[in-house]
Each structure stands twice: as C-alpha cells, then as structure tokens.
Design a binder for this molecule. Structure first.
Ligand code: PBG
Length: 334
C-alpha cells in the first residue's frame, strides 16, 4: 500500500464540505432563455424535436417571459417566425413585424427584463439563407452566394427597427463580415449609442442546429452555411473572428455551439478576458439530452446541470439555453 498523507477525498467527505469547495456555481442570472415567436393569439405549437419548447404567439410569450422573470432569469433571446417570406425578408425590419410586436409587449409587461433580439435573415427569407443572394449580377461569384455587403445594409435596417421597438441588446448571428461595425454605425446614427451588441462572433457550421431550424423554420432551401459559418476544425480562426468583432465594437462575445466547443470558449475567454463571454447551448445539444432521458438512458436533470456547469467552468459568463426554466427551478430548489 502507498502511504501518502495527502488525501483529496477529505474535501469530498460531506455535502457541506463539497459545497464549500465548489468552484463553479450556476445561478438563474447566468441564463438567457430563447423564445420562438409566431403570429396569432393563444398559440403554443410544441416543437417535436425540442420537448418542452414551443413556438409561442406574443400573448403566450409574455406569460412565458413572466415565468422566467419570476425564476430570476434576467434575459430572453427572441427569434421571430414571419407570416410571409420573400428574398430579402421585409418583415424583419417592419414596424409591426413579429419581433417588434413581441419586444414591445414583453417590455410593457416586464420593463426590467432584458430583451435580446437575434438579428439574421434566415427566418425571414424565402430561400432560408442568412443574407441577400447573388442573382447573377455579381459575375465573379456563384449564383445563390450569400452577398456580404448587400446583407449588411439589411442588417442595419433590422437593428434600428428592433431598437425602436425597445430591444435592450441586439445579437447579429449571420457571420457576415463587418456585421458588428456596420450595426454599430447604424445604431449610433439613429440615436442608440447606448445599445449593446452581443455578437455571435464565433459561430461554427454545425449539425447541432438541426432542431432549431424546425423551430424557427429557417433551414436553407438549398446548399449550406459553410461560406460564412466556421469550420468546426478551426481554433486560430476563432481568435481572428473574435478579435475583429472586438475592434468593431462588440460588447459581448459568443461562441456557438457550446458543448463540442468548450475548448474554444476557454481560448476566446483567455484571449479576451475583458468582455463578457456568452455560450449558446444549442438546440441539438438540448434534443440529445431530452431524447436520451425520454428513453430512460440518462438522468436528464443531472446531465442538464452537469453540462451547464461545464459550459460555465469552461469560461462562459452567460449561457443561452432552452433548459433555462428547468435549470433555474432546480437551482432554486437545491
Ligand atoms: C440563425 C441562427 C441559428 C441558430 C441561432 N441563430 C441557426 C443557423 O445558424 O442555422 C441556432 C440555434 C440553435 O440551434 O439552438 N439565425
């Protein structure tokens, strides 16, 4: 027998000791809760691939927001599903668009709740892509290519429209070059110098977004997002993307997805320690736990808390998660 005086198990001996030496504590304040908003009244359409999550009409979203607020969740991330789609997605920047209406209603009901709006084209365009497509006028680019600078012009209109509706933070998610800088210019010239930008700075071309594309009805009708979202194999490029967004004026940095990218969360946090770091625990990560738990293959609640803890331990200050309500309840009951 090896007779060492050092025994790490001494600090794990009782629940109270374990609580005293716990390095990572989750709180409901860590969470941002995503909502999918549809037109109509009294609508709650469950999303099959995301058990527990539904598309909600504005009135139902307000009720859901109230529940989140009472549990101590400080922020929502809103995604809108428009009535009609077209090549540029005009409802995205319409005064009575779905996000604008939801933002106004939620802010009227719970003025202190932070409303973050997702800023992208994919849910609004008839082709399901995150930008304006080349229709052949750019002869050196393939047809159907997501055009960069034409898309920036639309994003500028969208953020000003969200800001006017009362959004507290805008979150551009399209991985379009220069999106943070051009959004900053648009907000500042419209009098919204005070509005922070939460940039989806490091967003990978991930298959883990599958269920979300059902929920938000935003799947591309052809092709994929690999000409703008990042290759899952890359780390150095994550630093480059984050660096650019910092220079352009991002107030928060995000890494997305979270669980297969914990190393990226840690790297980006270490490189840019002065910015709050957000991680998106995406739809596929949620669906996997729910599916396994429904089969009795995993203890869903324990796995949920373990994975949220791992995201925070990796360096995330805030976590966007569909588990927000459930996790907040568990934390408050513990
Ligand atoms: C794009 C957007 C996506 C997600 C958030 N914003 C989908 C995509 O890039 O294809 C995915 C979120 C998730 O999977 O939970 N507006």
């Amino acid at each position: 027998m090896f007779d060492s005086p050092i025994r790490p198990r001494r600090l794990r001996h009782t629940p109270t000791l374990r609580r005293m030496v716990r390095e990572t504590q989750l709180t409901p304040s860590d969470f941002i809760y995503p909502l999918f908003i549809v037109h109509g009244d009294g609508v709650r359409n469950p999303i099959a691939s995301m058990p527990g999550i539904s598309q909600l009409s504005v009135d139902m979203a307000v009720t859901e927001a109230q529940q989140a607020w009472e549990l101590g969740i400080p922020a929502l991330m809103l995604f809108g599903i428009p009535d009609e789609k077209d090549p540029v997605g005009i409802e995205n920047f319409a005064d009575d668009g779905i996000i604008q209406r939801a933002t106004k209603a939620i802010k009227a009901a719970i003025p202190d709740m932070v409303v973050v709006t997702d800023v992208c084209l994919c849910e609004y365009t008839d082709h399901g892509h995150c930008g304006v497509l080349n229709d052949g006028t750019h002869i050196h680019l393939p047809e159907g290519y997501v055009l960069n600078d034409e898309t920036l012009e639309i994003l500028q209109k969208v953020v000003v429209s969200h800001a006017k509706a009362g959004a507290d933070i805008v979150a551009p998610s399209g991985m379009i070059d220069g999106m943070v800088g051009s959004i900053r210019v648009a907000l500042d010239s419209a009098g919204f110098e005070h509005l922070p930008i939460m940039s989806y700075a490091v967003k990978y071309a991930s298959a883990f977004y599958g269920p979300f594309r059902d929920a938000a009805d935003g799947a591309p009708k052809f092709g994929d997002r690999k000409t703008h979202q990042m290759d899952p194999a890359n780390t150095a490029e994550a630093i480059r993307e984050a660096e650019l967004d910092v220079v352009e004026g991002a107030d928060f940095l995000m890494v997305k997805p979270a669980l297969s990218y914990l190393d990226i969360i840690r790297t980006v946090k270490d490189e840019f320690p002065s910015l709050p770091m957000v991680a998106y625990n995406v739809s596929g990560e949620y669906a996997m736990v729910k599916a396994a738990a429904a089969n009795g293959w995993l203890d869903g609640e324990s796995v949920m808390m373990e994975k949220l803890t791992s995201i925070k331990r990796a360096g995330a200050d805030l976590i966007i998660t569909y588990h927000a309500i459930e996790a907040a309840k568990m934390i408050l009951d513990s």
